[in-house]
Design a protein around this ligand. Sequence first.
Ligand code: MV4
Length: 597
Amino acid sequence: MFERVLVANRGEIAVRVMRACEELGIDTVAVYSEADKHAGHVRYADEAYNVGPARAADSYLDGAAIVEAARKADADAIHPGYGFLAENADFAARVQDTAGITWVGPTSDAMGTLGEKTRARNVMDEADVPIVPGTTDPVEDPEEVVAFGEEHGYPVAIKAEGGGGGRGMKIVESADDAAEKLTSAKREGEAYFDNDSVYLERYLQSPRHIEVQILADHHGNVRHLGERDCSLQRRHQKVIEEGPSPAIDDEMRESLGEAARRGVAAADYTNAGTVEFLVVDEEFYFLEVNTRIQVEHTVTEQITGIDIVKWQLRVAAGEELAFEQDDVSVAGHAMEFRINAENAADEFAPQTGTLATYDPPGGIGVRVDDALRQGDTVGGDYDSMIAKLIVEGSDREECLARSRRALAEFDIEGLVTIVPFHRLMLDDDRFCAGEHTTDYLDEHLDEDRIADAQQRWGTEPTGETDAEEAVEREFTVEVNGKRFEVTLEDRGGLAVPTDSGDADDAPGPRRDSGGDDGGGGSDHDGAGEAVTADMQGTILGVNVAEGEDVASGDVLAVLEAMKMENDVVAPRGGTIAEVGVAEGDSVDMGETLFVIE
Ligand code: MV4
């Protein structure tokens, strides 16, 4: 077994992996960006290394810096968590090729095979796993889309080869929009995945999203750990996950599990993975494989009693799975609530703030995975999920009741979160009956109900907490990129000069236009009005040039953030006086993109 594991991630998943390491007697190494110097995962680790500035592309996504930190720490394995480099086949290969360091995850080859959606569909089809009727080769010509639509009926889904999570997917309702949607899907594929290949599937209306957890070792053993129902999603972002699914019977449960095992075995897959299916009209169809540990792995852990992350580490270290398929049993029911720093009443806009109060729930059947403590500041540099509440009960009804209790106990002040939205869902007839499908939130939920919930259970953001004088003061120092915690006694004068007003040190979004993190209106230097970024992300395209006249609501640019395309619109009519960005630019929340005069 490994002696020291570097966790190449941050936040709750980094702490979750470190907890598994602790239980296995493994030392833990954290990596952190400038924005995460004081973060919870850094506090938890045995040692920590600075890997770069706040921007993820320059730190958590910098494979060379991550491997260099592993060398410095003398780590013998790297666990990627989820997101960041977790499904980057090139990074997996880099680690695999680094002597003395083991990659905790599937091989880069298996990742590559299943990451290319048409290859994955071919592998599944050959393993007798039902796939959605569609093409298994890329399409180039709108006529192919029209011919497919005539044969299989509309709507038709055009999907990016390298896609997933809704990115790069376009729905063709009729022959008339085939050409435009094909171009758009190819452009998104190129922009997001550096791969403009796309393929076709018959679009299934209002499916359930049901996924099967897999563990596979290097000795030919493949086990499934049951399913999770992730049908409650908003714009392809999962919100509440649960297991077992209330929408399938035991016969389909068995078929799904065995199909998933066949499929991953055919792909020579090892370690943890998840096979996603769409379920509609009593039939299931392969969707895609997630070649990583998932956010919602916790649901499976609670109802099977199996610590998936510890098995990831054991499998990567060459151990055999110590249980047969028949040993896997599911008891009770669990739900995971993603605690996102978002305002559900404002289109789930990302939020920042300081946790004046952070008091998670407890008691029987309640698990909280997080990396926070009261007083922490939540910035806008990374994704908005700050914690996960996982609740289990003897059955779905008890799980619902216990979830209502736990969410009511979850006391967060100083930061707006989606806790009120979760409490609303636990009062929603369709969700409580387990009858929601993947389009329920986007197509059917009345937004007034979200506003009411926010009013009833929401909290207000507050400013910085008043720092209290402390006799002892903790300082974090960094020597040659390695972090040390030191405690000094404060005898009246500051032991060490700190410039707490220095914006460069304060984590969280930097703004260069008067602190306005809205879509417009601000104190920009010139006479004009700045149009700023609502969130950190990447500019996919710029639609205007300086000197151009625009009307209120015109789309000035497209900003990709949190796996979604977001339009940057003109807050009012006028003339574009300044274009501050270009396609491909990364921008921070609050950054000026345009000036309108
Ligand atoms: C589909 C589909 C219906 N028919 N494919 C969404 C993201 C990516 N995981 C694939 N997705 C879908 N693919 C066909 N042929 C419906 C969706 C879909 C969806 C799937 C799972 C969970 C949430 C969803 C929300 C919208 C659309």
